[in-house]
Design a protein around this ligand. Structure first.
Ligand SMILES: *Cc1c(COP(=O)(O)O)cnc(C)c1O
Length: 240
């Protein structure tokens, strides 16, 4: 197999990708949404390049990564192999300001901008690389601030900051639902925050919400981007 993934693994990925596609279609049918308005981002963190190449052959055009070093190496290899056809890379992990500049050099989208220092470092990195970076403001929907995200009442000001910087293009918001709680109220709150930001920045209409366990709730609450790992690639603890 040209991708290096063996036929069994490829068949497994094809099957799980189809199942997730069916879940998304059902969720759309249940809520009167058009599947064409949703982008599936396959979260490939901690899975090897061979899996990403197999997914690409199966039609996946957006991937998510959360660690700078792993992501940077994978992206370079992907662009080597696939050139302009390489998937769009979404950085979804927590950022430190000393890493943000590096991430700005290769990511297409950074979904985890959650404080001014990070935003400024992303802008400097994008400018230095002569790139234009799509940015989502990560909103914390959890009382636990350790999981990243700006407080909902401070998201608007951070979005204004992103929109005002050269090299960055404000696209919308991202969030992770609180652990172990009903995701619906959290996603409803995220939509309110998103609507507030969009009233000042009409182009910032992306809402990245929903993972393997809660994508239906995210579709019901207006998500435009879903970030799905486990349901497609399997359990990360079994790998590496
Ligand atoms: C790992 C990760 C995901 C994917 O989660 P799954 O439950 O494996 O689908 C989505 N979003 C973020 C921010 C992540 O870190």
């Amino acid at each position: 197999m040209s991708t290096g993934a063996d036929a069994g693994r490829r068949a497994e990925l094809e099957r799980s990708l189809t199942q997730v596609g069916e879940r998304i279609e059902r969720a759309c049918a249940d809520t009167g949404r058009d599947p064409a308005d949703l982008t599936l981002i396959v979260v490939t963190k901690r899975f090897p390049l061979e899996d990403v190449l197999a997914l690409h052959e199966l039609g996946v055009r957006d991937i998510g990564e959360n660690r700078d070093q792993e992501a940077g190496e994978k992206v370079m290899a992907l662009r080597d192999r696939l050139g302009a056809d390489a998937p769009t890379v979404h950085f979804i992990g927590q950022l430190q300001s000393n890493k943000a500049g590096h991430v700005a050099g290769y990511a297409d989208v950074v979904q985890s901008a959650d404080r001014a220092k990070i935003v400024d470092a992303l802008a400097r990195g994008a400018q230095a690389a002569g790139r234009e970076l799509d940015v989502l403001v990560q909103v914390g929907l959890d009382a636990d601030e350790g999981r990243g995200g700006v407080r909902p009442d401070a998201a608007g000001a951070l979005a204004d900051r992103v929109a005002g910087l050269d090299g960055l293009r404000l696209r919308g918001v991202m969030a992770v639902a609180p652990l172990g709680a009903d995701p619906a109220p959290a996603f409803a709150r995220l939509r309110e925050v998103a609507d507030g930001i969009r009233s000042n920045h009409p182009d910032a209409h992306w809402i990245s919400a929903g993972m393997s366990g809660d994508l239906e709730a995210a579709v019901a609450h207006g998500a435009t981007h879903l970030r799905v790992g486990t349901a497609i690639l399997g359990s990360r603890t079994a790998v590496l």
